[in-house]
Write a new protein. Structure first.
Length: 576
């Protein structure tokens, strides 16, 4: 006979105190993959008289969607959001998205319910067969390497203190996700008003914001006598204010800039000293290299700076300690955020009168930058004259032609930013170096939620789009009226698999197969679905584009849908 357990009268429950405290600490959204463990959370939302007291709940039909939306929201606002998933199985589904967040230093308040602790006798105890089979000895262990901190809420009386600590750790540099497990019985506990604390325990700590004067002077003096100094970056633009500062500093003092897999707008397009994205090639001439917020500054197999070059690494974590292997040589390590570092470096360069030697450097670096731009122009002209199927170069140039200047473009490989123009920080985002596929669409939805008046464009290949669990993403776009424009570059092909194989076996059987017009083994996705039907099934606009001459008109139609009809849209762009 089932035992009925009554909820004792109280002024509040742990779940209510928890939600209220999240909102008090600035958490605006709770992205939910609900399950049997979330019953106390459901009840708390049902009881609340003022919805503004709690974070707005967002039901996500897949766990990657939930984490990806939280990622995208923080990406454009700098405000961390919360996720709650269903015990072990929900958390396991989110590991890929969690790895993206960790490698991108994105703070997410990541939580999952915990299988009920007790078999009987307490409110919230086990009442379904799954509550035995879903339990693990170490639930958080599956994600421990991908979070900064993990803990289980063991009693509701310190719930506010635990929330504060988790947020402080997530927001302290290097930022990243945390993992809090929430047992159902604890969430269902009653609390007296006196037991709910609200005082702040700690303020988040920033990374070093003052660079050692000796290090600054040493860099300035080396730059003064340098003939070919280069800054290599991937993520300095995570703080949009760095974009103009990096542009001004490098112009004034004659410093080249190269990007290695850029994840943000780091420097305006067309900067006169911009040397491109082939870092290994650009660094071969360098005698002074400043690696600025860049996890992989060059590919050692392809070559790097000369042995006599001086190499400094500057980042909130210049050793990127969460990467097991990272052997790039360094002569100087500076732990500092990019914005204060660039400001202080600029002051030091002025003190050392480095401007005097800038013209000679500027002349050589700008000549190489012009050669790089000429190479891009030639490749675009060649693509134009060749014609045929839609290429990534053509796609990039067409998107660049029609997108609004303040549009947010979320890219998962398929557009080439070097063939586009970005002058404003916070308008371009690339997926994590970890490459957890299926990121762009969920992140774009989170960005759209944060920026309802901006155009948000998600671009990915067919493989990454499939990995995004598109039915769940289109469902969310319709459910929450998020008019994202989704572009799928569809070549029925995992090109990265083929490209990697050809790089390792340039004269092998794969190369012969590709030369004969075949796709390499294990890379074909054909036949792929009619992706536009996913959007249409959820009330969005879908269109298939095959010919070059149809792409710009189709993009304009899709932009009209998202900007004026406020519906999401998808273009299934057939490429090669």
């Amino acid at each position: 006979m089932d035992q009925k357990i009554e909820q004792p009268p109280s002024s509040t429950t742990v779940s209510e105190a928890y939600l209220a405290h999240l909102r008090a600490r600035g958490i605006e959204y709770l992205y939910m993959g609900a399950g049997t463990d979330t019953a106390p959370i459901v009840e708390a939302y049902a009881h609340v008289g003022n919805a503004a007291r709690y974070p707005t709940p967002v039901v996500a039909a897949h766990e990657n969607l939930a984490v990806g939306m939280a990622h995208g929201y923080y990406m454009v606002t700098g405000k961390p959001q919360a996720v709650m998933l269903h015990v072990t199985v929900g958390a396991a589904n989110a590991i890929c998205a969690l790895m993206n967040a960790k490698r991108s230093q994105i703070p997410i308040f990541f939580t999952a319910g915990r299988t009920p602790l007790y078999e009987q006798g307490i409110l919230g105890c086990r009442n379904s067969p799954i509550h035995w089979a879903q339990e693990m000895y170490d639930q958080a262990g599956m994600a421990r390497e991908l979070v900064k901190w993990d803990y289980e809420l063991r009693d509701g009386r310190n719930v506010t203190h635990i929330v504060d600590r988790a947020l402080d750790i997530a927001m302290t540099h290097p930022k990243g996700p945390i993992y809090l497990t929430l047992p159902r019985e604890v969430l269902a506990q009653s609390l007296s008003a006196q037991a709910v604390g609200s005082e702040r325990i700690n303020e988040p700590q920033r990374a070093g914001v003052r660079v050692n004067d000796q290090d600054l002077t040493a860099l300035a003096q080396r730059l003064k006598v340098s003939s070919y100094p280069v800054i290599v970056t991937a993520s300095s633009g995570i703080e949009p204010a760095t974009v103009s500062l990096l542009s001004e500093l490098t112009r004034e003092f004659g410093i080249g800039v190269v990007e290695s897999m850029p994840h943000y707008v780091n420097i305006p397009s067309g900067h006169p000293l911009y040397l491109g994205t082939n870092a290994s090639a650009a660094l071969r001439k360098a005698d002074l290299v400043i690696v600025l917020e860049c996890d992989v500054p060059w590919i050692p197999e392809a070559g790097g700076p000369p042995a006599e070059a001086f190499v400094a690494h500057v980042a909130v974590d210049p050793l990127f300690g969460d990467l097991p292997v990272r052997g790039f040589r360094n002569d100087l390590l500076v732990s500092c955020e990019a914005l204060p570092f660039l400001s202080q470096l600029k002051e030091a360069l002025s003190r050392e009168q480095v401007q005097a030697s800038a013209p000679a450097r500027y002349a050589q670096l700008s000549a190489d930058a012009e050669k790089y731009q000429a190479t891009l122009a030639r490749s675009a002209q060649q693509d134009e004259s060749t014609g045929g199927a839609i290429t990534k170069i053509f796609l990039s140039r067409c998107v660049d032609q029609v997108k609004p200047g303040d549009a947010v473009l979320v890219n998962e490989y398929s557009v080439l930013p070097e063939h586009m123009h970005f002058g404003q920080g916070g308008t371009y985002f690339l997926n994590s170096t970890a490459g957890g596929l299926g990121w762009a669409f969920p992140a774009a939805l989170g960005a759209q939620q944060a920026l309802p008046d901006r155009t948000v464009i998600a671009v990915h290949g067919d493989g990454a789009y499939i990995f995004s669990n598109p039915a769940a993403c289109h469902h969310a776009a319709q459910l929450y009226q998020l008019p994202v424009l989704v572009l799928v570059y569809n070549n029925s092909h995992w090109h990265a698999v083929e490209k990697s194989t050809l790089a390792i076996y340039p004269g092998g059987a794969t190369h012969l197969a590709v030369d004969a017009g075949q796709k390499s083994p294990l890379s074909s996705l054909a036949p792929v679905p009619d992706f536009e039907a996913y959007a249409e099934a959820s009330g969005g606009y879908g269109e298939r584009v095959v010919r070059r001459e149809d792409l710009v008109p189709a993009l304009k139609r899709a932009l009209h849908v998202v900007q004026h009809e406020k519906r999401h849209a998808l273009l299934n762009i057939i490429g090669i």
